[in-house]
Design a protein around this ligand. Structure first.
Ligand SMILES: Cc1cc2nc3c(=O)[nH]c(=O)nc-3n(C[C@H](O)[C@H](O)[C@H](O)COP(=O)(O)O)c2cc1C
Length: 132
């Protein structure tokens, strides 16, 4: 299963490319209060980051053992939408293959957060979707 968050479409495109190769099903993360793709997103994100607010996300049934987890980097870390998803959904025992899109930030910069929010998952930190 491929689980992703995408505000402006980059991560969605990458998720779809992975789906073509692996034939896994795609799930786009749904937030109770979605971000809007406009310049105000930066103000909302900055405020949430400053106050420690993480948006709440929908809970889903996850049967697959392998989860491709895709998110954009925001503020040098995993986007808060994905953080909200991981807080709402228990990925214990799953194999997580993370992938990101960003300007310059790297996946590595988000691994601490990923490990914190999915402490009992096996994380393939060296996953590279180009290798599929
Ligand atoms: C609120 C916000 C914060 C961002 N912060 C970063 C950042 O810290 N580092 C970075 O490289 N890119 C940052 N970006 C750029 C996105 O990571 C990049 O455009 C990404 O591909 C967007 O993915 P999406 O189209 O799937 O939403 C930020 C974008 C937004 C909207």
């Amino acid at each position: 299963m491929i689980i992703y968050y995408s505000l402006t479409g980059h991560t969605k495109k990458l998720a779809q490319e992975i789906a073509k190769k692996t034939e896994d099903k795609l799930y786009e993360i749904q937030l109770d209060k979605p971000y809007k793709n406009n310049p105000l997103v930066l103000a909302r994100f900055t405020k949430e980051k400053a106050t420690g607010v993480i948006p709440t996300a929908h809970k889903i049934d996850i049967e697959d053992a392998v989860i491709y987890l895709g998110y954009p980097m925001w503020g040098g870390d995993m986007s808060l939408a994905m953080q909200g998803f991981l807080m709402a959904n228990d990925l214990s025992g799953k194999h997580i293959k993370p992938f990101i899109t960003s300007g310059t930030s790297t996946l590595k910069m988000s691994l601490k957060t990923l490990k914190k929010l999915a402490p009992d998952a096996m994380i393939d930190a060296n996953f590279n979707s180009d290798m599929l």
